[in-house]
Design a protein around this ligand. Structure first.
Ligand code: GCW
Length: 651
């Protein structure tokens, strides 16, 4: 794509394949894709590719054999070396595609060394999905991409699906396949008027997008409004138990599958932040999800039902209501009632993608319900793609967390991330935010992978070997750096209301959103203990409930999420809370300054366009980090009256 950053698939990454002799065996559209990739690389670098769709093995002098042995849709492949030849074998076409990208990732190493036992590679999670919060029409408040920081939508422009520009969508599908993602939802979960029609009279536009993604094994999903039968069908109700409503959904869904035979399913945000849902009819969320499940069932589709349900019109004076409790309280009683093709999509934390939250207690608490864990690649609360904030370690911690012995990754059926991509030439606005997208895909494939190794893999693919240690240094600790200069010790928020960028300690303190820190002259934090607080800590299994219940055992980084403590409370680190706040805020800014210096030293290694974009954004990150430091430190100095032990400048 001209003028578009190649991200982790630069031409150079295909050189090891493109200089060799490849045989491709098998047929079908995805095999055509694989063939096209190899042929293009050979055209560029001088190698050759043969295609043999017959079953008999062909002896020729090949360096690489990519063979499809079956006809299923499986994603597994084996990789091995013997007789001087590298072989990828898959029984499903997607597996062959993933095997090709495996060879690309290995580079020259795929072709060297002696015999290599066949290794089998299979994704840990069957569904690895990106949700786009893209609006078709530009929304007056939220713009085109809600919480989007990478320009306009990749899919929609001028109020409709991109026409001739769908080449970019195909290129996007290619990038996604190369990190293991296999599903995309193409519109915002807040479904406005124009977007509601995608389900019916505008399904042809969705079909065009699906057509551009299909060659890379990606299935398309649609966010739908629960009120669709009223909005689009002119029915008087959207009651999920009403026969006419059920018939309407069945018919609408049938037409969707006529247009898109491999359609993935629906994503639904119901009874959440003003979106319609089953509560209006006295029905449960299982009733709602199952109605859509029934409509999708004949075609093998899935309904992703989001658990982000809470009271967003809370009275800040009311200390009994705790937003963190809401998802668990709403959904746990429904365990066992959801249909087999309904997946409950749960945000990884109980609040809303803050830089630090405990893992949602809903995860693991519904053993008879299929689970999708939702992450946020778009950096709404983590610097809006103006700050470097690589989220690999956060996601990895979530996936390794054991709610009751079993890691989150093993409890989940699917992993979903809110996409951070737009029509920006670097895809993600901040060029280094690509690392989040890549890491998400790779972790969804293999959740116990070392995130640092994934980071290095991305760096090597996207930048080559030159700048690797410098880039690693800039990204690796960036999430913890961001945490240091923003809201402390798990308390969250303290952002500017509405757009959520930059500090405002009391921005949400007296708001109806249920997001409070309760700082006064003596202390700070939310008491979520069972003994004296909201009882939230009791939503965990016994072991974690006990850990979180007491400030003495609660991990420091979550202390203020679970407890209200005095500024002089001594952390497990040995520091007081107030001194921790001061120290981390000074350190956070220093770490940004250090990263900026490292980046300056990479000027000759990363290409001028990327270098300039990141350098420019670093300036903004530094300005913003200083603003955070000074507002947070000044606020707490003024509230507490406790001076900084090191006498540094606080305003
Ligand atoms: O993080 C919050 C965002 C909303 C978003 C909502 C959700 C799409 O501020 O913009 O709406 O979560 O996840 O539904």
């Amino acid at each position: 794509m001209q003028g578009v950053d190649p991200a982790w698939l630069p031409d150079e990454a295909f050189r090891p394949i493109g200089t060799r002799r490849t045989l491709i065996r098998g047929s079908g559209p995805l095999v055509d894709t694989v063939h096209g990739e190899v042929a293009e690389a050979c055209g560029r670098f001088g190698g050759s590719v043969s295609r043999d769709s017959a079953a008999a093995p062909e002896p020729g002098p090949y360096d690489l054999v990519l063979e499809l042995t079956g006809t299923e849709g499986g994603e597994t492949y084996t990789f091995g070396r013997g007789d001087g030849r590298t072989t990828v074998t898959a029984s499903g076409a997607s597996g062959l595609l993933y095997g090709l990208f495996h060879v690309v990732r290995l580079g020259e190493a795929a072709f060297h060394g002696g015999d290599r036992q066949r290794e089998q590679h299979a994704p840990a999670l069957a569904l690895r999905m990106l949700d786009h919060w893209d609006n078709v029409a530009v929304h007056p408040v939220m713009g085109q991409v809600e919480r989007g920081y990478a320009g306009g939508s990749l899919f929609w422009a001028d109020g409709r699906a991109r026409g001739e520009l769908l080449g970019r969508v195909r290129a996007y599908g290619r990038l996604l396949a190369a990190c293991g993602i296999n599903a995309v939802a193409v519109n915002n979960v807040n479904v406005h008027e124009a977007e509601a029609r995608l389900l019916t009279d505008r399904i042809g536009e969705v079909a065009r997008i699906a057509g551009a993604l299909r060659p890379y094994g990606i299935r398309t999903h649609l966010s739908v409004t629960f009120a669709a039968p009223m909005v689009l069908g002119e029915l008087p109700t959207a009651d999920p138990l009403d026969e006419a409503v059920r018939a309407w959904w069945a018919e609408a869904t049938a037409r969707v599958y006529e247009a898109i035979p491999d359609f993935g399913g629906f994503v639904v945000k119901a009874d959440s932040e003003g979106q319609p849902g089953p509560f209006a009819y006295g029905r449960s969320h299982a009733d709602g999800a199952n109605m859509l499940g029934a409509a999708l069932e004949p075609y093998g589709g899935t309904v992703h039902w989001r658990a982000f349900v809470y009271d967003h019109r809370q009275d800040w004076r009311d200390r009994r209501t705790d937003r963190a409790r809401a998802a668990y309280d709403h959904f746990v009683p429904l365990d066992g009632q959801f249909a087999g093709n309904a997946v409950l999509q749960v945000k990884h934390g109980p609040m809303d993608f803050q830089v630090r939250e405990p893992v949602s207690p809903l995860i693991g608490a519904m053993p008879r319900t299929r689970l999708a864990v939702e992450m946020q690649a778009t950096q709404e609360y983590t610097g809006q793609q103006r700050h470097v904030c690589w989220l690999g370690p956060l996601w990895s911690e979530v996936l390794r967390f054991r709610p009751d012995g079993v890691p989150v990754a093993d409890l989940a059926d699917a992993m979903v991330a809110v996409s951070n991509v737009g029509d920006d030439p670097f895809w993600t606005g901040h060029p280094l935010a690509q690392a989040n997208l890549y890491t998400f895909g790779r972790l969804a494939w293999q959740p116990d992978a070392d995130p640092g190794a994934i980071l290095d893999e991305w760096i090597r693919l996207a930048f080559g070997p030159g700048p690797s240690s410098g880039l690693h240094a800039v990204l690796d600790g960036s999430w913890r750096t961001y945490e240091k200069y923003t809201a402390p010790l798990g308390v969250g928020w303290m952002v500017q209301p509405g757009h959520h960028y930059g500090p405002s300690v009391d921005g949400y303190e007296y708001s109806p959103w249920g997001t409070y820190h309760f700082a006064d002259r003596d202390g700070i934090g939310v008491d979520r203990s069972v003994t004296t607080g909201t009882g939230y800590a009791g939503q965990y299994s016994k072991w974690w409930a006990e850990v979180y219940e007491s400030p003495d055992t609660c991990p420091d980084e979550l202390l203020l999420f679970f407890h209200h403590v005095a500024y002089g409370h001594v952390l497990r680190s040995g520091k007081t809370v107030i001194q921790h706040i001061y120290d981390t805020h000074f350190e956070g800014v220093e770490e940004v300054e250090a990263a900026q210096r490292v980046w300056a030293g990479l000027a000759d290694l990363v290409g001028p366009a990327r270098h300039a974009r990141v350098a420019e954004l670093h300036e903004e990150q530094l300005r913003s980090a200083r603003e955070w430091r000074d507002q947070i430190n000044s606020y707490f100095l003024r509230k507490s009256g406790v001076p900084d032990a090191h006498g540094r400048r606080i305003y």
